[in-house]
Design a protein around this ligand. Structure first.
Ligand code: KIV
Length: 292
């Protein structure tokens, strides 16, 4: 049984790309989160989160890589399938991993199709601006919705020389603004804006019709996305400035694990209520049969 106490409309209706567009039109902010497994996706559904991103951040917060560059299509498919099994209402967006869409338009269409057909996603996300226009047109022409991603695009981390904020000069800001328009014209239904100045993100959001989803881009975006392991305070290797920890699960988990270890060592766990027993007569018979 669901324990949801949040907006019942958002929870009951299947959310689509049209829901997100409508939310922008109505001035209703969009709350998106990442998920990589069925259990978390189900909790998000119960919490009324309208859209879940199976991000390639998977590589860093679940698979233990330093960057997202090692994530493969097979990794993404594995986790997209899990999220799709756990979610009933959220719009599910699957990230196209590094090299799955940059080599050729054909490969991009094929891999987008796999995230939909095999992974159970409703839309895909890819990184980049004007250089992706042809690819976005080809993917959307097959009926697959595409979300763009501008600003700090983590698959280009080696080109950027780290995870620093982007578009900090007027020229770079102008280029990003143009890229946002090109992504909209190419058919994107939304754009993630990552680590860019807040007033630039707000300007972009006002000047395009499709929703902007910010991460480290201020409150002027049409919605926000956070990596769930960051916002739950589970991932502690580093915490970007823009992350707000809505819980401190790392501390809560450590305390539970330590308590478990203590109780195993002292034989306090498992207690009677955590144990099954056979009827006494069966036990006596067992002793007789085993000569004990
Ligand atoms: O991979 C991811 O989780 C993302 C978000 C940070 C937007 O791309």
């Amino acid at each position: 049984m669901s324990t949801n106490q949040h907006d019942p409309e958002i929870r009951r209706k299947k959310n689509t790309t049209q829901t997100l567009l409508q939310m922008k039109r109505m001035g209703e902010k969009i709350a998106m989160l990442t998920a990589y497994d069925a259990t978390t996706a189900a909790v998000m559904d119960d919490s009324g989160i309208p859209s879940i991103l199976v991000g390639d951040s998977l590589g860093m917060v679940v698979l233990g890589y330093e960057t997202t560059l090692q994530v493969t299509m097979e990794d993404m498919l594995h986790h997209c399938k899990a999220v799709a099994r756990g979610s009933r209402y959220a719009l599910l967006i699957g990230d196209l991993p590094f090299l799955s869409y940059q080599i050729s338009v054909q490969e991009a269409v094929r891999n987008s199709g796999r995230l939909i057909q095999e992974g159970g996603m409703h839309a895909v996300k890819l990184e980049g601006g004007r250089e992706r226009a042809e690819t976005i047109r080809a993917i959307t022409s097959t009926g697959i919705p595409v979300m763009g991603h501008l600003g700090l695009t983590p698959q280009s981390v080696n080109q950027f020389g780290g995870f620093a904020a982007q578009a900090m000069t007027a020229k770079a800001a102008q280029r990003l603004m143009e890229d946002a328009r090109i992504l909209q014209q190419s058919g994107c239904f939304g754009i993630v804006l990552e680590s860019i100045p807040a007033r630039l993100a707000e300007l972009v959001s006002k000047h395009i019709d499709i929703p902007t989803i910010g991460i480290g881009a201020g409150a002027g975006c049409d919605g926000q996305v956070l990596v769930t392991q960051d916002m739950l305070g589970m991932f502690t290797r580093f915490t970007p400035k823009f992350v707000k920890k809505f819980a401190n699960l790392n501390t809560a988990m450590q305390s539970a694990f330590q308590q478990y270890k203590t109780e195993v060592q002292s034989s306090e766990f498992p207690a009677g209520e955590n144990t099954v027993e056979m009827p006494d007569d069966e036990w006596q018979e067992t002793l007789r049969l085993t000569n004990k």
